[in-house]
Design a protein around this ligand. Structure first.
Ligand code: PMP
Length: 396
């Protein structure tokens, strides 16, 4: 008998429920800020990727409103069909100048950017070598290609060299890595990866979703952090939804990259461009990070303080080097319980367990932002101390 829709839905949901993987997003009753409201309670928010605190920043909202009034609510259709608004073109020029790249193109999201760029660049006969911990959108992007796919050990230039030496091809070779890894908060050793890639004639592709707005001069990203800007053999992609506070993805690199993507990248060719308000907010974000270095300074001062205090209390922050600050709880159940207990103490921070992270390495992922005050972080640390002691994760 044919499976009915309700059979399929209930079987799938039951499977998720039984394995403890059913997700129900928390509803925020206030904007996405350092302090927000969950379930009617005022909480310190350590769950977002709003690194610079731009998601509800007045400068972004004002420019979004101005562009909305002047340019309308929507883009009309796909940019190659209905025409592209001047503000889209101007923002891409602004972004390419910021990144020091020959060109930049904005797509709907970071997720579709990986699909669009990897799907466009890679052809049968090409070789792509991807870090084992790369983001899901890279994995899905690679599924769209007929290139030969290989994995290298996480952040391991020697293993990358081994894979490249064992897989010769006349086609394009692409090494793919996140700039900053979203679960552990570690930075890819990009200088050494690029050196190995170059030895084998490979191009390096960096997904800088968590490095952009966080690392490098004025938040130019991981590529700048390692002084690799102005390299034609490095492609930068990323999101405009995290530090930049809004939504969208970008690809920046070689002068011809943009034109090829406009002609071939399927998310660009078959999906409508961003509404003017999005472009306005993004343009304000890019101005703000360059005009006011205090945002990045506060982000890093908060990051250093929070990590040091967690370590002093006896928590394991798993070697994180960035505002992404995991706290190890071990078993999945323990991480979820800790997240629940923290919420009762006014701290909103997400528990991550298997299969999102390896077994035994379940954690709470805290994301520090520029918007948190010292008082916010002190309160969060006090809650951590209580929960850590109650659960026997720290001594005393
Ligand atoms: N790449 C990485 C490394 C990410 O962490 C994310 C966001 N989860 C994305 C891409 C997707 O970005 P977006 O949310 O803009 O689709």
């Amino acid at each position: 008998m044919t499976t009915t829709l309700s059979q399929r839905l209930s079987a799938e949901l039951a499977g998720l429920r039984d394995s403890g993987l059913l997700i129900r997003p928390r509803v925020l009753e206030a904007p996405q800020r350092a302090r927000t409201h969950v379930g009617g309670v005022d909480v310190i928010n350590l769950a977002s990727n709003n690194y610079l605190g731009f998601a509800d920043h007045p400068a972004l909202k004002e420019k979004a409103a101005a562009y909305l009034r002047e340019w309308g609510a929507g883009a009309g259709a796909v940019r190659t069909i209905a025409g592209t608004l001047r503000i889209h073109e101007d923002f891409e020029e602004q972004l390419a100048a910021f990144k020091h790249t020959g060109s930049a193109l904005v797509l709907q999201s970071g997720f579709t950017t990986n699909q669009g760029v990897l799907g466009t660049l890679l052809q049968p006969g090409d070789l792509v070598v991807s870090d084992e911990l790369n983001h899901a959108s890279i994995i899905d992007g690679l599924r769209l290609t007929k290139a030969t796919k290989k994995i290298f050990k996480h952040a391991d230039p020697a293993d990358l060299g081994r894979v490249l030496s064992e897989n010769e091809t006349d086609g394009l070779k692409l090494v793919v890595t996140d700039g900053v890894f979203s679960m552990d908060g570690d930075i890819a050793p990009l200088d050494r990866l690029v050196e190995v890639a170059r030895k084998y004639g490979a191009v390096t592709y960096v997904d800088d979703a968590h490095g952009s707005g966080v690392l490098g001069e004025a938040g130019r990203g991981t590529v700048h952090h390692f002084g690799l800007q102005d390299s034609e053999d490095v492609i930068q992609v990323g999101t405009l939804s995290k530090a930049w506070g809004v939504v969208g993805g970008y690809a920046a690199g070689h002068a011809d990259l943009r034109e090829l993507l406009i002609n071939r990248a399927r998310p660009y060719l078959f999906s409508t461009g961003h509404p003017p308000a999005v472009v306005g907010a993004l343009s304000a974000a890019l101005d703000l990070v360059q005009q006011e270095p205090e945002f990045m300074e506060r982000l890093w001062a908060n990051t250093r303080f929070f990590k040091a205090e967690l370590a002093r209390l006896g928590f394991d922050t798993m070697g994180s080097e960035t505002p992404i600050t995991p706290v190890l709880f071990g078993e999945t159940g323990a991480a979820f319980e800790a997240s629940q207990r923290l919420l009762h103490q006014g701290v909103f921070a997400v528990g991550l367990g298997f299969p999102t992270v390896p077994r035994g390495l379940a954690r709470i992922r805290n994301i520090v932002t520029a918007e948190h005050t010292r008082d916010d972080l002190d309160q969060a640390l006090a809650a951590y101390e209580r929960v850590g002691r109650e659960m026997g994760v720290i001594g005393g």
